[in-house]
Write a protein that binds this ligand. Structure first.
Ligand code: ADP
Length: 338
């Protein structure tokens, strides 16, 4: 679960906040688009989750971990639990597809035998079986993004964040990548996608959170629609010579949802590899013992949150779940990452 409570971010020497009192709850297994024009605050929101940046005000809880209590040494652990995919893929150009994915496991000390088992399964999941020995420059943009997704998924994160994943792709590849993310979501991974690609957002009909000038101006729970004009910043509108905003913003974006809910189940997706094989691959990958190589977060990072008025119900629910979990013998406790 992800919870931002009244989060504001002022970058140094900036008077205007990049994020302005943002409150957002993302439930486990949701698929959420974060949309908005350039400069709206999407990347800053992602950086709050990955702890690349700290909020100036407000509370952030990811998977039961209250960032207020997180020590610096816990940050790599959090980043490992969050899979992140970027617009520019960030692949190693001199490593093969296999090596790019394997490396992410090597650096956390996963045994070689386990890497050999896991990498082919993850490559099968993203439809790249047979491309193991290719180098990034031998792949299409869409295939490179698949490698990046395979790499992010190799550690079986509970949350996959894709920051403008289709920014460098043509429309066809963009849709394929989104379908792949949708499929990964169907297996139970929470997916957060930032984008200003109106077409893919409107095609997938997921929850859509719209940001403008650092504020959430719309949160459509299901069948979300991206209203490009409503999401434009004041500066953009001025430079486009747009009319001043009307009293009531555009209908779809104005429908602020009272509470988020898991995305509606979607129809099976056609994909290069048979879905049954992918299901088997994902199940097998889930049983892999990658987590054994990951350090555990100290109890101090799991201290109960200090609730604010707006978020107390969610925090209370989390506190009860954590208390119940801590009452169990250590071996039976679940990890507080969702
Ligand atoms: P988006 O991802 O929607 O394009 P960003 O989160 O990158 O938006 O930026 C939001 C606002 O914060 C913009 O006005 C941007 O100029 C500003 N900003 C982003 N990063 C920094 C930074 N490191 N220092 C100062 N201002 C920044």
């Amino acid at each position: 679960m992800i919870f931002l409570d009244n989060v504001s971010k002022y970058y140094p020497h900036e008077k205007v906040p990049a994020l302005d009192e943002v409150t957002l709850h993302i439930a486990p297994k949701e698929f959420v688009f974060i949309v908005g024009a350039s400069g709206a605050g999407k990347s800053t929101l992602i950086k709050m989750l990955t702890r690349e940046e700290k909020p100036s005000y407000g509370k952030i809880i990811v998977g039961g971990i209250d960032y207020d209590y997180m020590k610096k040494r816990h940050i790599p652990h959090i980043r490992r639990r969050l899979g992140v995919v970027f617009q520019d893929f960030k692949l190693f150009p001199n490593r093969t597809v296999y090596e790019n994915v394997a490396f992410t496991l090597e650096i956390v000390g996963v045994p070689t035998a386990e890497i050999k088992r896991t990498v082919p399964k993850v490559l099968e999941l993203v439809g790249l079986s047979g491309k193991e020995n290719k180098f990034p420059h031998e792949l299409s943009g869409g295939q490179r993004q698949r490698v990046a997704i395979a790499r992010a998924m190799a550690r079986q994160p509970k949350i996959l964040i894709a920051d403008e994943p289709t920014g460098n792709l043509d429309p066809e590849n963009s849709i394929e990548i989104m379908r792949l993310l949708e499929e990964i979501n169907n297996f139970g991974t929470t997916i957060i996608v930032t984008t200003h690609d109106e077409k893919v957002v409107n095609l997938l009909k997921k929850r859509v959170v719209t940001i403008r000038d650092g504020k959430i101006i719309g949160d459509q729970v299901r069948g979300g629609h991206y209203d490009l004009d409503a999401s434009r910043t004041k500066i953009e509108k001025r430079s486009l010579g747009a009319q001043p905003p009307k009293a009531a913003p555009a209908a779809p974006v104005a429908q602020v949802a009272p509470a988020p809910a898991p995305a509606a189940p979607t129809a099976p997706i056609k994909h290069a590899a048979p879905v049954a094989a992918q299901v088997a691959a994902m199940k097998a990958a889930k049983t892999a013992k990658v987590s054994a190589a990951q350090p555990t977060v100290a109890k101090s990072a799991l201290k109960p949150a200090k609730p604010s008025a707006s978020g107390s119900a969610v925090l209370e629910q989390m506190r009860r779940a954590k208390a119940a979990d801590e009452a169990k013998p250590v071996a039976k406790r679940r990890k507080f990452i969702h």
